[in-house]
Structure formats: C-alpha cells, structure tokens
Design a protein around this ligand. Sequence first.
Ligand code: XIL
Length: 354
Amino acid sequence: MRWMTSCLGAFVVATAAVTSPVLAEQAVLPAASGLGELARQRGVQLGTAVALDPLETEASYRDRLAREFASVVAENAMKFEFLQPEIGLFDFRQADRLVNFAAEQQMQVRGHTLVWHWALPDWLEDRNWSRDELLAILKYHIKTVVGRYRGDIVVWDVVNEAIAKDGTLRDTLWLRGIGPEYIELAFRWAHEADPDALLIYNDFGNEGFNAKSDAIYQLVRSLLEKGVPIHGVGLQMHLRADRPPDPSEVAANFERFADLGLQVQITEIDVRIRQPSRAGDLERQAQIYRDMLQVCLQAENCTSFTTWGFTDRHSWVPTHFEGWGEALIFDKNYQPKPAYRSLLEVLSETQAEP
Ligand code: XIL
C-alpha cells in the first residue's frame, strides 16, 4: 500500500482551471429567471445535466440553460474515467469549465459521481488490484476530487447504483475488491475532504416501494446508525411515458427517508417516449413531469429536481434505449414542449399558496 500512495502522490497533476475562450466571450447571460428561479423560491434547486460540447459550441444551448436552470451537474465530465484517465493523473479541464460557467451564472453545482461501477478507466479495470491497493485508489480519488471543488460543489452523489434490482449489493469492482465497507468508507472520505458538502446515495428504479428501494432504505438506515455522514438519497427517475409512477407512492417513499432525517433529491429525471411517438404521448409525458415536481414541492425533504439534459437535441436516451426518444422538456430546436409548460404551471400554482 505504501508504494501505491507514494506513487500516486508523485504523479498527481492538478491541471489549472482553464476558461474556454468561447465561454469567456459569451458568458454574460441573464441570470436564471425561468423555472430555476421559481423553484428556488419554493426551496427546490431545479437543475439539469450539462454536456460540455454543446455548452461550448451552441449559443441556444447556453441561453436556455442560463435562463431556465438554477443548478447544473456534469453529464459525464466528473466521472472517474474522465477525471483520472491515467493512474494519479487528473484532468480537471472540462469539470472546471462547468464549475466556472456555474459560478458566472450563480448556479449551484451537483457533483456526479465519485463511486460507480461504470465509466471507470481501463487502467483501473484491466488489473487485479489487492484490497489495500483499491482502498488507496478510491480514497485518493475521492479526496483529490472533493478537495479540489470544496466550497464550489455543494452536493455530491458519493455512491451511485450500488444496489441491484433484487435488493442485493450489486456485483462491482469495488464490492469484489474491497467488500461492502467501500460504501461507508466513500462517505467518510468525502466528508473529510469537504465537511460542508451534502452527501447523497443515488440510484434508479427506486421511485416507489420495491425490493430495491427497500434495500436502499435499509442501507442508509444502517449507515446512519453507524454514524456515517450521509445526508440524502437521490432518485434518478429515468422513466417511461407509458409507465407513470404512482405519485402517492413516491410521496410515501420520500416520507420514510424524511423520518430518518434524510433529504431526497430527484437527480436525473427524463421521461422517454417510444418512437415514433403517437398522439397523446407528449401530454402523458408532461403529466409525469408535473406529478413528480408536485411531489417534490410538497415533500419538505425534497431539495432538488434535476433533469438529465433539457433538449431532445442532446440526450442519452436514443443511444442507450433503442427505439426510444423525446425524453426531455425542450424539443430539438430548443422549443418548450408540453412537459416544460406543465413544470411552469406547477411552479406558478404552488407559488400562489400561502
Ligand atoms: C449517462 C450519460 O448520460 C451518457 O452520456 C453516458 O454515455 C452514460 O452515462 N445513470 C447515471 C448517469 O447515473 O451518470 C448516466 O449518464 C445515466 C444513468
């Protein structure tokens, strides 16, 4: 283990913050006045996942983003393989661009994600590491990344997707190499690196009550009992327009986490439509967005509503779910869809309440 630590220490390169010339020129945009501002008044951070390419090359992308959202998360740029492409060599350029953009726009930044079985660099996956080596790698990664953005990134998805559909721990490199303790260690290290950051366990398929959401509940409860610094549960909510979750069940699920003193955050919502879409699909989709935002606004412990992208022009859905698309709230030409209007309506209605 000692060789590992010293080797890592010797090779770390923390690249300087680089502001892209494109961003610097066009950074003066109006502060958020759309959905994000309305939601902020209700105590919810309304945000979206951001892809760095269109952020740098498309003015319409930047404008919509700046006008409508109060918070951003990197769609990919803060994942392990992007931040640490070589052992001990960190590349923060893309992540820094997003953090700088957010600072200029006075937006909050969510950090995503420190520990996941996906988006790992080849150097990490292609070798059999000893337990001590893996512990050193994970600790070093978390401390370096969280430490770098201490104060700038106020909430981290510390562990992502650690539980399988049947409620058992997912078989991952981290579980195999370290054992179940990797989860609590990750939270402890993140907390040491930034004691003020809000630390989240994030997963999908956990909107209502099922084996997985029950297992997540048991996991976070046992972490709390052990004194592990965890502050909330993230619900990704990659949903289908033809399978709406039951809003009252989602609300009840949120409540059991509130009873543990935990926040909940909707971290990656999108609502995909089978292609080609049919009459009524966009309205069904709008209803789901509306219901989920409503549940969040009504739950005192729900603090974030984040969409996984905002324009159908740039969405992971068509590439990852063959035959599906149109999952977001703006169309390919950045025009608002019924889903956008449903969010605006909910925020306006709620605002009128005492
Ligand atoms: C996705 C990105 O959107 C894609 O661009 C990438 O190819 C794969 O990852 N759950 C998560 C996100 O936590 O990080 C994933 O993002 C979507 C599912």
